[in-house]
Design a protein around this ligand. Structure first.
Ligand code: C2E
Ligand code: MG
Ligand code: MG
Ligand code: MG
Length: 276
């Protein structure tokens, strides 16, 4: 259960041991880290007020030599459980900084790149200094990086780890609360946390074009976020109907298959010249 829903196939409840398959995947993952088989895909976010490109979310992919692209739903839980999330998270973060630097060199400057940060990564004692080192190494404006944390990270926050968040923000990095509404959402976090952005989980978007009650709930979430002066991003927007409701409600940015799935870098670059 700890590994998340996507992993149940690897667990053998009768023997109470992890299956051969799962162990194999774990070993392959260690090797994948050594051999740089992980890469970033990028999903564009659109600014609804202007219709222009606001930025991208970076999403990890495992390019497995035999099995092809493996999605994070499968490997992130294993990485979390084995501790491999630390080297993986470090790779992802470095790649994100390197990507921003590379795109800026090509004259692409007005965009943000979001990076998902796992709990173990955030609570590691070197997290803040690692981020600062990357900033110094890649010399990119901090406001071009948006760090996505989850409600489960928020839950474990103590005064000293809150300080990490405050420091990051003081340096100019943007902080975003991911999957809002799915975890142990507490309004307390919204009030007390140094946040720039709220990403509303896809499950709150799914039926807004057909279900009046869901639309009402979303309207309240957007209103609440706005009164806290947070940027509101809707995740998992798939239809024109959803888009039109979100536009009416004054949502700031959207991300979803309606516009584009996550794509590799060469395709991501095409969005800079595309007009919506
Ligand atoms: P997330 O951060 O909430 O990312 C959004 C997920 O929703 C992505 O799944 C994306 O492909 C998917 N998605 C986007 N638009 C749509 C849509 O319109 N419809 C549907 N059905 N899905 C949509 P993905 O790439 O499989 O990633 C899953 C999760 O894995 C992410 O959820 C994030 O929590 C985690 N993850 C991905 N990359 C990383 C990473 O580099 N580090 C860490 N710690 N976690 C990561
Ligand atoms: Mg995310
Ligand atoms: Mg999310
Ligand atoms: Mg999610």
């Amino acid at each position: 259960k700890e590994m998340g829903r996507n992993c149940f196939v690897f667990y053998n409840p009768d023997q109470n041991v992890y299956s051969h398959e799962r162990l194999l995947l774990e070993n392959e993952m260690r090797r994948a880290l050594r051999e740089n088989q992980f890469q970033l895909f990028f999903q564009p976010q659109i600014d609804l007020a202007t219709g222009s490109l606001a930025g991208f979310e970076s999403l990890a992919r495992w390019n497995h030599p035999q099995k092809g692209m493996i999605s994070p739903g499968l490997f992130i839980p294993i990485a979390e459980e084995t501790g491999m999330i630390l080297p993986l998270g470090a790779t992802v973060l470095r790649d994100a900084f390197a990507t921003v630097a590379r795109w800026r060199e090509q004259g692409k400057e007005a965009f943000k790149l979001s990076v998902n940060i796992s709990g173990r990564q955030f609570y590691q004692k070197n997290f803040l200094s690692d981020v600062m080192d990357l900033r110094d190494r890649y010399r990119i404006p901090p406001h071009s990086i948006e760090l996505e944390i989850t409600e489960s990270i928020a839950m474990q926050m103590t005064p000293s780890t809150m300080d990490v968040l405050l420091q990051l923000r003081k340096e100019g990095f943007l902080i975003s609360l991911d999957d809002f509404g799915t975890g142990y959402s507490s309004l307390k976090y919204l009030q007390e946390f140094p946040l720039d952005c709220l990403k509303i989980d896809r499950s709150f978007i799914e039926h807004i074009d057909t279900d009046r009650r869901q639309r009402g709930l979303l309207a309240s979430i957007v209103g609440m976020a706005k009164s806290l002066e947070l940027t509101v991003v809707a995740e998992g927007v798939e239809t024109e109907g959803q888009l039109s409701v979100l536009t009416d409600l004054g949502c700031d940015r959207i991300q979803g298959y309606y516009y584009s799935p996550p794509v590799p870098e060469h395709q991501a670059l095409e969005f800079f010249s595309r007009t919506t």
